[in-house]
Design a protein around this ligand. Sequence first.
Ligand SMILES: [Zn+2]
Length: 266
Amino acid sequence: MREALRFDGKPLSATLSREADRWFISIPVAIDRPEPVCESQATVGVDLGVSTAITLSTGEKIDSPKPLKKHLQRLRRRSRSHSRKQKGSANRRKSARKLAKFHARIAHIRQDWTHKTTTELPRRFAVIGIEDLNVRGMVANEKLARSINDIGFYEFRRQLEYKAARSGSTVVVVNRWFPSSKTCSICGVKAEKMPLSVRDWTCAHCGAEHDRDVNAALNIQREALATVSWAGSHACGEEGTGRSRKTPAKPASLKQEITHGLFVHG
Ligand SMILES: [Zn+2]
């Protein structure tokens, strides 16, 4: 392989890795980055859901490719056929390679989507509110586990945070116990119960009709905005003193950006 370095700067190291039948080289480069200036003043709330991958407070729904669900049957078949092959045989080695390739492809489809989405959001919005989901607790629930792993919440948040820091946007992580789904985004009155199966509902107090996810995203947006205002800063153009991040954004090395294989399949 021969390729010009894509960044001007000092290469720091090189890490080789292998995934199925492909090789990767990761080269962190120290570069001078200009102070990020966020051009947008817009705020958005992001609801990370199960039925739709993510819903924005603007009403947009961005579906994830859900590669795992689609390929699950094929994956099962291949795993079964692989386990039937005799240990140590050439056939088993061959099927192991095939299986690894299949896993890698699923991972790549997912990574592509996550990268594109987490790049787009900080470009469009100065303040991005997301929920601090109890992912561990939710993954423990069998029914939800697969689709949540499929979307990859942890990875989504990790990428969103470092990309926002890079472009001068602020990610506000809204408290996990904030009742974003139950609260009416129009009048602020809380509904009694809101099981996951309810996708649309009408506020008993003000009569507003809500799409569950858009309503939640609107509440997250408001909460994020309140947090930022409370911290005494505007999103753009001022000294970065009031940025209220729960987790300080770490500078991401190139290596971190192409970390693979966070999720276990099957
Ligand atoms: Zn209401």
